[in-house]
Write a protein that binds this ligand. Sequence first.
Ligand code: ADP
Length: 872
Amino acid sequence: MASASKPPTPMMQQYHEAKEAAGDALLLFRMGDFYELFFEDAKTAAAMLGLSLTSRDKGENPVPMAGFPHHQLDQYLAKIIAAGRRAAVCEQVEDPRQAKGIVRREVTRVVSRGTVTDDALLDPAENNFLLAVAPGEPCGLAWIDVSTGRFEAGVCDPFCLPDEVARLEPAELLTSDDAAPLPAACSEKRMVTGRPGWAFGVDAAYDALRKQFGVQTLDGFGFTEDDAPAVRAAGAVIDYLNETQPGLLANVDRVTPYRVGQSLEIDAASRRSLEITQTLRDGRREGSLWAVIDRTVTSAGARLLGDWLANPLTDPRRIEARLEAVDELVGDESLTKAIREQLRGVYDTQRLLSRVVSGRASPRDLSFVGRTLALLPKLKAKLTGRTSARLGQLESRIDLCGELRDRLDGALADDCPLTSREGGFIRTEYSEELDQLRELMKGGKRWMAEYQAKAVAESGIPNIKVGFNKVFGYYLEVTHAHRDKVPAEFIRKQTLKNAERYITPELKEYEEKVLTAQERAFDLEHELFVELRGVVADAAKRLQATAAALAEIDVLAGLADLARSSGYVRPTIVDEPVLDITAGRHPVLDVLEPAGTFVPNDIAVSSQSEESAILLITGPNMAGKSTYIRQAALLQLLAQIGSFVPAERATVGVADRIFARVGASDDLAGGRSTFMVEMTETARILNTATRRSLVILDEIGRGTSTYDGLSLAWAVVEHLHNEVGCRTLFATHYHELTELADELPRAGNLNVAVKEWEGTVVFLHRIVAGAADKSYGIHVAELAGVPRGVNRRAEEILADLEGGRRRVDAPQNGAPRPSGAYQMKLFETVDHPLLEAIRSADLEQTTPLEALQLVAAWQRQLEGEAAKAKPR
Ligand code: ADP
């Protein structure tokens, strides 16, 4: 074997050790000014990153190699992570100038989707969660955003795991290698990192957390014995970060317990179909509720709004507190404008701080902290003396950190570089020593000129010149003509054809100072910077609290701006489960449809006795049924995050859960929904909805045959009506369901108004009381060119159905119904000899021509029957 015949060089040995530590991560091996990848990694990187593949050691065993300059690290890390891989960065951990032998190298961090902190790799408007799932029943969940230090943990029923994953949208999942894989609904399209089973062990977890937070017990954080699974998951997070990027843990000073049920619950499927944060069709943020209501001007604000949407409130007092704040801001346009103007200048302090605390902040990062602090006094002043309690609280949480601000202001130049090694970013007068060094650097030339003049004057040699060369630095040059006048302290260094070169102790002493001044200035600047970074890190807690307050002010001011510019009203929040909207609009379509064309509609459902809890909305396709029922759910959701709602008036009873189901055939999301899925989801609603829930069902039962589907839909509505009693909006094109309103006292019918206008049918999108006008479909058929006779017959059948409600009479020509004519009843199968013929036809063995002949034969048979039935 080649490796046996030729032992690896010490460097390659070092590489192999690092690669071993890096596991499946691509190893970026720092060599001088480059990061290099070798072997398989090099081939992968060449294809993935577009690097050119070369080889090292071109002899008999060439090693594939690819690399990039060190300053492009972020850019390539971003590509590696975007491709779903992780990268291990192996740095030179000692100064090559000081190294004896080969430079020591170590893997200093392993970066993956869930552990990135660099701005270049993060979406500023979204959290970037690393989520650990501790197996068990209940299972434990812990999630952290290392870019902000937010760390939470809770327990949940394994059944609800997909919902929690949908709520958190983690960038990376940690799972136990000893447990069964996560369901596809959780892991699909996500980075999943397997961890050894022991990483989720309960003792190891308590130890890791106690050590991390320097506490004896986790009780202080609010965790109890029942939270053991949550603690296990949190332990796995700490363990993983310790292994991959220990520096990040410096920013993690607490873990907060999360309790399921604290907020309005929305399961994964409902979240999807309501298009809260992304659209069904292409999964993009554009076109979602979030995109439409987001008027925040800071990244932290955008993230917080995302959090609010993911976790709407259920406590009416907290909802009111937000609404009151928004209300005050809506009422004072100039205040809101001024606040938003100030906030625009605020940097993402949460993420800056995480870099500061983990020792990765740049001078520019620190200057951004300083600039943010500079805005605070004005902002705080604007918020002083407000009537809303929430604004008052937020104002008091803004810590001006005056001393820190002055210090940063005094220390950092206006334009700071991305690395402290560039130097030149510390202001003059911040450090006396630095000023002297700089003076020395600047003053070097002047000193030389003066020294030259002095040498000329003292020696009487008129043409002494000062020069510099690399071999012996600064020198004085005297032509041979004046050699005899050279003073004694001149030390000869070099003889040229026409001149001699000398040095003097004074010159050497100064040279020493000048030459090292620059280097020392850089080092000193770096030291001052590190010290400054430490000062900022010490203030991290106060700064985090301030940043959180700013983010919330941004969200509230954004909601106020939205309310004002889009004509939203403050909802009245009540405890009773009602939803009473006057002239409500769908928040997304309201802006997507051409201005002024969206038709507002009223909504009134209530789970209180004697009132309509269930509304059945019928109407043709494209009339606006789905829009109407989704609008109800979205307005409910908006109210519960503390937002105004698009309506003229709204009374909203706090809901505990929102369910939104779309019938199988309507769900276009990648053919995901089969009838089975639809029914599983429906079962879940029936089993878990309470009187306080809001349920919207869209074309449920459509994924199977008509009778099947209709019967199921019927039974579902009955169950919701009789057993659950929750607010329900049910959109359907099954007219038959409208009969339910007669049978169930608390169900009502609505339909979508349509109008015939200049030979075309116009959908008015107006929801009106009563069942849909059934002749409408026939009318459309006529417009579409269906033969007159067929339409007339259709009208007869319709009249039968409407008259007898569940009977279809055979064609009538004024004569009594002949015996033997069949009746069609809803939910009863029709018995006719032809049906058997149709059922038993073997289509696989039938040619198209034979099929036509069969149909023709059946038609003849039917015509014969009709003729027999006719009176002679
Ligand atoms: P359905 O569920 O009855 O098939 P949709 O709710 O999907 O119909 O609505 C179809 C289209 O009609 C929507 O995409 C929208 O363009 C338009 N629409 C629906 N409701 C309204 C409304 N209230 N005002 C204006 N346009 C509407």
